[in-house]
Design a protein around this ligand. Sequence first.
Ligand SMILES: C[S@@+](CC[C@H](N)C(=O)[O-])C[C@H]1O[C@@H](n2cnc3c(N)ncnc32)[C@H](O)[C@@H]1O
Length: 287
Amino acid sequence: MTDAPDTSRISFTAHYTGHVWRRHGLGDAALATWQGQVLFGALTPFNKLGNRLQPGLNLEAMLLQRHRIIDALLEQAITGGATQVVEIAAGLSPRGLRFTRRHPDLHYLEFDLPGMAARKERLLSRVSDRSPRHLVTSGNALAADGEQSIAGRIATLLDPTAPTVVITEGLINYFPVEQAQQIWGHIVAGLKRARWGVYLSDIAHTPGGFRGAWLIRLFRQVLETTTRGATHFHFDSTDETRQALLDAGFNEATIHSPEDWRDRLELPPSPPQPLVHVIEARVSQDG
Ligand SMILES: C[S@@+](CC[C@H](N)C(=O)[O-])C[C@H]1O[C@@H](n2cnc3c(N)ncnc32)[C@H](O)[C@@H]1O
């Protein structure tokens, strides 16, 4: 087995997103943490300033857009026959609880670095109606092989041949392009034996030069200081992202803009250029 790098420096950001999900009725009381509340308070001035500069120019709006679109695409995949979900870097996401309550037969595997996985397991163990099919496992999305890898966990904890959805949310932009592409390759490898598989993820592109875009640069600096590492915009356009997914081995890829979903979902406004898009990429045995 190859040694995967330790990227736990970003794990604490899951407390912030966890708090946002809960604030907007997506979360579960069992997943609330005091760290989430503190981080949310600390970033409130950014969000308020962004809203004043440009409607939709704030972190909370971006997070809600990505979470709700991924939820809608996941629901679509389950309706289409997917029976299992692997949420990589799940953090304190309540999606596993929501979807296993809604779909009692669904197998849902949360996959995160050991510290966050242990915390999530502790929090979920207090949920009285937790589904027996809702599991948490430790793993590393950067592991190329071995039991801690995506393919390793799918092979041992799920049915590797069943139609499967793999999700990454709030992960990809923390990694340089080479590592992001490695993760995509590992997901393709994990889905190789499945009849078909869908990959869902948010991705932020290089921001355009609209009014207030300086706030994104400032926020990025704060995020990079607190997570002690860089964040990365890999691609300038959705076409480049699509091509990179095909290069990683997916057979099809669609990049969704929040604007495509505005008539179907309750979404906060976007700045003139959306800050976040959602990837829907597919692999299937028939190619
Ligand atoms: C920004 S949080 C996102 C959490 C959650 N997906 C959400 O949107 O609320 C980032 C998560 O990535 C996890 N993480 C970081 N590096 C990872 C890796 N190499 N493999 C798996 N998970 C990782 C962290 O532990 C943390 O839970």
